[in-house]
Design a protein around this ligand. Structure first.
Ligand code: PAF
Length: 288
């Protein structure tokens, strides 16, 4: 693999690359979930670019940015094991990267105002800013994102559509620990005690993800929140079941769109670590 620490070096390397470019943006602290995105990129393209950049503009809380896990040495070792000689690892500095910004951000309607957007104001403007900038610099044919960050994936697909970028955005399945806990860089911040209890999030979502009666939507949501919050150190920030295209939350009055998928999306404080997850929900009553 080749290390590019500046935009100029990266651009020079990309000029020489042949074939399709696959891009995996990351904020480092890599785990098996990231590695699965990289493997997917390698199987579909000739050159894979992995960026490692903890993007300050997407952190609405400076404390969160400060404690975000960083382990560049071990990230580079992991990448060296799976990348080929022509693949590129891009580790820019904020000043350098943002000096190339064309600061025109598309309007994303309601997509960035709900769920995470409501609880982390400004988060998605930061994500869209940096991903758009990275897309403009790298100009990949394909880009790979984890389904765990479900809303981020929906937003990036919409950004690409609105800006008419010629990039195929692929969502890759969430990888889970054997307990069911979704893999995340933030898991590194959990104590062993809390980590062992955090499997409750996925288990609870899975136990409730078939809804047989529209009247039970509210009851189901309350049951999920109650189960998770019954663990002493756990507090659910939100749980909503949303349409995967509009991100509209469903209620008992909603008409289920048979062409959409529905995901139960949750954010939970496990001790002082904020975890997010999502699971597909189905409605047996919609089939008649
Ligand atoms: O999902 C992430 O790690 C980040 O939001 C991303 C896409 C790398 C942008 O900073």
């Amino acid at each position: 693999m080749i290390l590019a620490e500046s935009v100029t070096v990266l651009k020079e390397l990309l000029k020489k690359s042949v074939g399709e470019i696959g891009f995996v943006p990351t904020m480092g602290a890599l785990h098996k979930g990231h590695l699965s995105l990289i493997k997917e990129s390698k199987s579909k393209t000739t050159t894979t670019v992995v960026s490692i950049f903890i993007n300050p503009t997407q952190f609405n809380d400076p404390g969160d940015l400060k404690k975000y896990p960083r382990d560049i040495e071990s990230d580079l070792k992991l990448l060296d094991n799976i990348l080929s000689d022509n693949d590129i690892v891009f580790t820019p500095q904020a000043d350098d990267l943002y000096s190339f910004e064309n600061p025109v951000i598309p309007d994303l309607g309601n997509l960035d105002k709900v769920l995470e957007g409501k609880h982390r104001p400004g988060h998605f403007s930061g994500v869209v800013r940096v991903v758009k900038l990275l897309f403009e610099i790298i100009d990949p044919d394909r880009a790979f994102f984890g389904q765990k960050d479900f809303q981020q994936l929906v937003i990036i697909k919409e950004m690409v559509r609105r800006l008419e970028m010629k990039i195929e955005v692929t969502g890759c399945p969430t990888l889970r620990e054997s307990t069911g806990l979704a893999m995340s860089s933030r898991n590194k911040l959990l104590t062993n005690n809390i980590r062992s209890k955090a499997s409750i999030i996925y288990k609870t979502l899975k136990n409730h993800n078939v809804i047989t009666d529209p009247g039970k939507i509210c009851e189901t949501s309350s049951a999920i929140i109650k189960t998770i919050d019954s663990i002493e150190e756990f507090r659910t920030e939100y749980f909503e079941i949303v349409n995967d295209k509009t991100l509209e939350s469903i209620t008992k009055e909603s008409i289920i769109d048979p062409s959409a998928k529905y995901y139960g999306c949750i954010a939970v404080f496990a001790g002082n670590v904020r975890l997010i997850d999502n699971v597909e929900f189905s409605f047996s009553f919609a089939k008649g």
